[in-house]
Design a binder for this molecule. Structure first.
Ligand code: TPP
Ligand code: MG
Length: 732
């Protein structure tokens, strides 16, 4: 990434051999101003630089549209009509100091923050030199590490909660500067703000509201900007909301709300000064709802003449902010109409030159497509603790998780635990009560030990919980959100799948998302029923960029959790509810240096006749089945606990199958599409020559889990069924 050819306003340096700088662009800097030093209270050179950037932004759109017709650009979405708003706001913001979550229509804003036309066009042409994504993301998916412009995804509105998390991380870090010095967490500033924008259509997304809930409740320094161009693709705003956005949000106490004309550069710049000051002073968040226009279709894939009348488009063209800005400056004597024309032409020429240079940028190498998916730390797999070293107190899995959280939080102040009910109690009553500490008690005592800043309750909103973790992880913290039950993880799916899991890949490694998402999972509860018994690790195993652990005993839970906190990537840490207190999960609590890397399975019972691969609660069921079979039939099954699903230990399975020639995969998740299918398919492909029988799978029936105990038993895998399948395989 190169920024040396850029000043704060994003002007590109003149191209080599481009001749004498024009009056308004290039090496000589912006001159002119009709002899005025200031106009309407603003430095004339700033105004001219912004007018030029507005022209540059529009010229980028036009150039990209032309280049798409030549198949040199593969998608286009314009910033047209939003330029004055973005440029006026950028004047009050500090790239590399404040944090930015701008949506795709914010081209002028990012130019105002110092991203160059060349960098914008590198993304449009899909160059490997594109600083946002190295050719991986569509144009206008901003991301610029140096300027704190966070890599953006495409789901409308999903940036809002991470923005809130980013703001709360800033508040946490500014009080703990040593985390920046010692751990490389991002520097924080007492008066920094987090900027987030979204269209008026995207304001219909629940996550927008969930983010406002926390921004207002915690008085966070977040500037919301809602450019309202009247349409979400073809859907008019009247189909979105019962009232304008600035009216809808008025119920949030502590949220300062403004309604502005976003086509009026001076109006926005005037208003933004005090709005930004308000946020920087720490009073709380603000929302700017700004009316803008959309002179171009939604994107290259849209034709707005299909749903907007000729008259309507003509009327809108009369409100084009570029013309208005130019008119204001010409009428004010800042420049002449001729000079403005010259400036427009110069901007166009500079963009043409930047586009030509972008086309010369490096092309991405197809061999790199699998780079930056996950980058798990390489640690040697530790030997199982030997009896002599097993001095730790013997504890079941739930207790081991609790102790490990205490130990890791004591060791690393970047870790914060939050979720529903995870705290102990209100500080006011804490001294006199036992404390809640999670519905399974796993986080008990964390608030008492580490304070409210490090273990706290969140609103009852799973997207809020994970999204805030994403924002904090982006700042270099190690957030540890808890989803209360796996059954309720789905509202967080966008944050897990589209945000957390894609951040590293979509930014080509410029940003990472180190967060440990702890989730109690699974059934065998006798009465758990549909919504307290679900499994579903296979759904998450399908998401590139997410590591998944699912321990079945105390020792492994501790070792894997320690490793999870060392990862720079998101980890789904699945804690089987049924196992939390079972005697058979009890181990001596391993010493703090016993860290178990992911992707290392364990042979829980050796055997030469048939291999069982399992994880979670069905490991114990498989062990019981193997013992029964050995006792009754003399058949020795080898039971492997995978311990982690992503990555999983292919080699261990292959080695075992090479000896036994027979493979049974057992899991609690429903059979169809379960992760057993993946293991079986892999073994079919890679162990074919060793197999003496078809690979078999056992999973739950393809139904939800029922409440009544005999129904639950019939649905979830049981020892009898596993024993029978093993016998079938052994005698095949
Ligand atoms: C969650 C989600 N649903 C649908 C889309 C497809 N989509 C992309 S932009 C868009 C319209 C957004 O309109 P608005 O928020 O008003 O922003 P504007 O484009 O008008 O600036 C839609 C429906 C998406 N990207 N994400
Ligand atoms: Mg819109």
């Amino acid at each position: 990434m190169t920024t040396t050819d850029t000043d704060r306003t994003g002007r590109d340096a003149p191209p080599p051999g481009a001749g004498a700088p024009t009056r308004f662009g290039g090496g000589g800097g912006v001159v002119g101003g009709g002899g005025l030093a200031t106009f309407r209270g603003y430095a004339v050179d700033e105004l001219l630089a912004d007018l030029r950037l507005a022209f540059v932004s529009r010229a980028i759109d036009d150039r990209e549209i032309a280049m798409q017709k030549q198949s040199r650009v593969f998608f286009q979405i314009s910033g047209a009509g939003h330029e004055a708003l973005g440029l006026a706001l950028a004047r009050h913001l500090r790239p590399g100091y404040d944090w930015f979550f701008p949506y795709y229509r914010e081209q002028a804003l990012v130019l105002g923050l110092g991203v160059t036309a060349h960098e914008v066009l590198l993304q449009a042409v899909g160059s490997a030199d594109d600083p946002s994504s190295a050719g991986r993301q569509m144009p206008s998916h901003w991301g610029h590490r140096e300027r704190n412009i966070v890599t953006q995804s495409s789901p409308t509105g999903s940036q809002c909660i991470p923005a809130v998390g980013c703001a709360e991380a800033g508040r946490y870090l500014v009080r703990r500067p040593h985390l920046t010095a010692e751990h490389g967490a991002s520097a924080a500033h007492g008066d920094e703000l987090t900027y987030v924008s979204l269209g008026e259509g995207a304001c219909s997304e629940g996550e927008f509201w969930e983010s406002l809930n926390t921004a207002a409740n915690l008085h966070l320094p977040v500037l919301y900007v809602v450019p309202d161009n009247g349409f979400a693709i073809s859907v008019p705003v009247s189909d979105q909301h019962p009232a304008p956005v600035h009216e809808l949000v008025r119920g949030f106490r502590g949220l300062e709300v403004h309604h502005l004309d976003g086509t009026d550069y001076f109006g926005v710049r005037d208003a933004a000064k005090s709005i930004v000051e308000h946020i920087r002073a720490g009073v709380g968040p603000a929302l700017v709802h700004a009316d803008v226009v959309r002179p171009y279709s939604h994107s290259a894939a849209d034709t707005q003449a299909k749903y907007r009348s000729v008259e309507e488009l003509a009327e809108e063209a009369r409100h084009d902010p570029l013309d208005r800005f130019e008119r204001d400056l010409v009428d004010g004597g800042v420049l002449t109409a001729g000079e403005a024309r010259e400036l427009r032409l110069e901007a166009k020429a500079a963009v043409a030159e930047a586009a030509a240079r972008a086309l010369e940028g490096a092309r991405p190498d197809p061999a790199t497509v699998t780079h930056q998916v996950l980058a798990l730390p390489e640690l040697p797999a530790p030997a199982a603790p030997t009896a002599g070293e097993d001095e730790g107190e013997r504890v079941p899995m739930g207790e081991a998780i609790k102790r490990t959280l205490h130990e890791q939080m004591a060791a690393d102040e970047r870790i914060r635990v939050f979720g529903e009910d995870v705290a102990d109690a209100r500080e006011l009553v804490l001294a006199g009560v036992e404390g809640k500490g999670g519905v399974f008690g796993t986080t008990h005592g964390l608030q008492r030990a580490f304070g409210q800043a490090r273990c706290f309750n969140t609103p009852l909103s799973e997207a809020n919980i994970v999204g805030r973790a994403v924002g904090q992880a982006l700042r270099g913290l190690r957030p540890c959100p808890e989803i209360q039950f796996f059954d309720y993880i789905w509202p967080a799916m966008t944050q897990i799948r589209s945000e957390a899991a894609t951040i590293r890949w979509r930014s080509a490694g410029e940003f990472t998302c180190p967060t440990v998402i702890r989730v109690p999972i699974g059934g065998y509860l006798t009465g758990g029923s549909i919504w307290h018994s679900q499994s579903g690790e296979s759904i998450f195993a399908h998401l590139p960029g997410l590591a998944i652990a699912m321990p079945s005993r105390a020792r492994d839970a501790a070792g894997l959790l320690r490793y999870a906190f060392r990862c720079e990537d998101p980890v789904l840490f699945l804690e089987h509810k049924h196992l939390l207190r079972q005697p058979y999960t009890v181990d001596p609590f391993p010493s703090e240096d016993w860290v178990l890397p992911f992707g290392v399975g364990e042979v829980r019972r050796p055997g030469d006749d048939v291999t069982v691969v399992s994880w979670g609660a069905t490991v114990e069921k498989s062990l019981q089945a193997a013992a029964r079979l050995a006792e009754r039939e003399g058949v020795e099954a080898e039971v492997i606990d995978l311990r982690t699903i992503v990555p999983w230990d292919h080699e261990l399975v292959a080695r075992s199958v090479a000896r036994t020639g027979r493979l049974l995969v057992v899991h609690e998740d429903t059979l169809t599409g379960g992760f057993g299918g993946e293991v079986a398919a892999w073994a079919g492909e890679h162990c074919f020559a060793d197999l003496d029988a078809p690979v078999r799978r056992i999973g739950a029936t393809d139904t939800p889990v029922a409440y009544e105990p005999t129904l639950e038993q019939a649905i979830l895998p049981q020892v009898d069924g596993i024993t029978a399948a093993l016998w079938d395989l052994a005698t095949y």
